[in-house]
Design a protein around this ligand. Structure first.
Ligand SMILES: [Zn+2]
Length: 309
C-alpha cells in the first residue's frame, strides 16, 4: 500500500533558485511531485528554506575515529596512516557497524542523504575472510539503513601494500589476493533496496598496472572510484616504477600499451571519480573526471583546496 505524505515548504531551493510556496508529495518515502502551491489541509509545514539532500561522494566511515587526533604534531600522510591502521586493526563487524552508524547519522543530521562509501576494510585482522566474506560490507549497509541515508558501497580492490610490495600488518585486512577473488566476493553482495554496489581501485600503489583493466572490466559499468594521486611519495614511486605519474598511468599510457589500457583510459575520460588527487590537476585532468576531497579525514599533506585551471 502506498503511503502518501504531503509537505508545504515556505521556501524551497528548486532549479530556478529559492522559490516560495512549494508543495511536495511523497509516496512511500519517495518524492512523487514538487508543485507551486499554497498550503492545503493536511500538509506538514516545513518552515524556513528546504534544500535538496546533499551527497557525500567519498566516505571512509571508520576514519571518523581519527578526527581531532592526528594533528597535534606535525606529521605526514604516512604518520597519519599509522594512526589509521591502528584503528583499522581494532575493528570487528559490530564496532564497524556502530562507528559507521554514528558517522552516517552525523551526515544525515547535516543534510547528507546519500553517501559513497569507499570500503576496503574487508577481512579479519589476520587477513583471512570472515565466514561471510562480506560481513563488513553488510555492516555498512545496516548502518546506513538505520541512519536513514542511501548508500553506494564502493568496494575497493586492494592487492598490494605499495607498488611491488605485499600487504602487511593491518593492511592484510584490505586484500582479496587477486582481482578475480575481489570480483567474486563483490558479486556475492547481492541486491539491496536501499543501496547500490559500486567498485573502486584503491590506488595505483594498491592495484598493479597489469591488473587495472581487469578491475575495470569486472566493475562492468557500475560507479567506479579511485584514489588517483594521494601524496607526493606515491607519485614518485609511480614514476620510478612505471615512468609515468598515476594520472598518466591511467589516462596517457604509451601507444604500445593503449590496447591494454583501453578500459582505464575510458574510465578516466568517462565517469571515473577520484579522491585525494594530489597533483592531478592541470594538463592531465579531464573535465569529465570528477575530483573531490574527503570530509571525514584531513590529510596533513593534502589540505589545500584544489585549483582547477
Ligand atoms: Zn579516501
Amino acid at each position: 500500500m502506498t503511503v502518501v505524505t504531503t509537505f508545504f515548504a515556505e521556501h524551497a531551493w528548486l532549479d530556478g533558485g529559492v522559490t516560495p510556496n512549494t508543495r511536495i508529495t511523497v509516496h512511500s518515502g519517495r518524492i512523487a511531485a514538487v508543485q507551486a502551491s499554497g498550503p492545503q489541509r493536511g500538509d506538514l509545514p516545513l518552515p524556513g528554506l528546504v534544500l535538496p539532500g546533499l551527497a557525500n561522494t567519498h566516505s571512509h566511515a571508520f576514519h571518523r575515529a581519527l578526527r581531532g587526533r592526528t594533528h597535534a604534531a606535525a606529521g605526514t600522510f604516512w604518520t597519519w596512516r599509522e594512526r589509521m591502521y591502528a584503528v583499522a586493526a581494532r575493528l570487528d563487524p559490530d564496532s564497524y557497524f556502530a562507528l559507521a552508524r554514528a558517522t552516517y547519522c552525523e551526515m544525515a543530521l547535516a543534510g547528507v542523504t546519500a553517501v559513497g562509501e569507499f570500503h576496503y576494510l574487508h577481512h579479519a585482522p589476520d587477513g583471512r575472510p570472515y565466514r561471510d566474506p562480506n560481513i563488513m560490507g553488510h555492516a555498512l549497509r545496516a548502518a546506513a539503513r538505520e541512519a536513514g541515508i542511501r548508500l553506494t558501497l564502493l568496494d575497493a580492490c586492494y592487492l598490494t601494500g605499495g607498488i611491488g610490495q605485499p600487504l602487511e600488518g593491518p593492511a592484510r585486512r584490505f586484500g582479496d589476493g587477486t582481482v578475480s577473488a575481489w570480483a567474486e566476493r563483490v558479486a556475492a553482495l547481492g541486491a539491496d533496496d536501499l543501496s547500490l554496489v559500486g567498485a573502486a581501485i584503491h590506488s595505483v600503489r594498491a592495484v598493479p598496472r597489469d591488473a587495472l583493466p581487469e578491475v575495470v572490466e569486472a566493475a562492468g559499468g557500475r560507479p567506479l572510484h579511485l584514489h588517483l594521486s594521494e601524496q607526493p611519495a606515491e607519485n614518485e614511486q609511480c614514476l620510478a616504477a612505471y615512468d609515468v605519474t598515476p594520472t598518466q598511468l591511467l589516462a596517457l599510457a604509451p601507444p604500445s600499451q593503449r590496447e591494454a589500457y583501453r578500459s582505464p583510459l575510458a574510465m578516466v575520460e568517462g565517469y571515473t571519480e577520484s579522491a585525494h588527487s594530489y597533483g592531478a590537476f592541470g594538463k592531465h585532468s579531464d573535465r569529465s573526471t570528477i575530483l573531490w576531497h574527503c570530509l571525514q579525514e584531513r590529510l596533513t599533506e593534502n589540505v589545500a583546496p584544489p585549483k582547477c585551471g
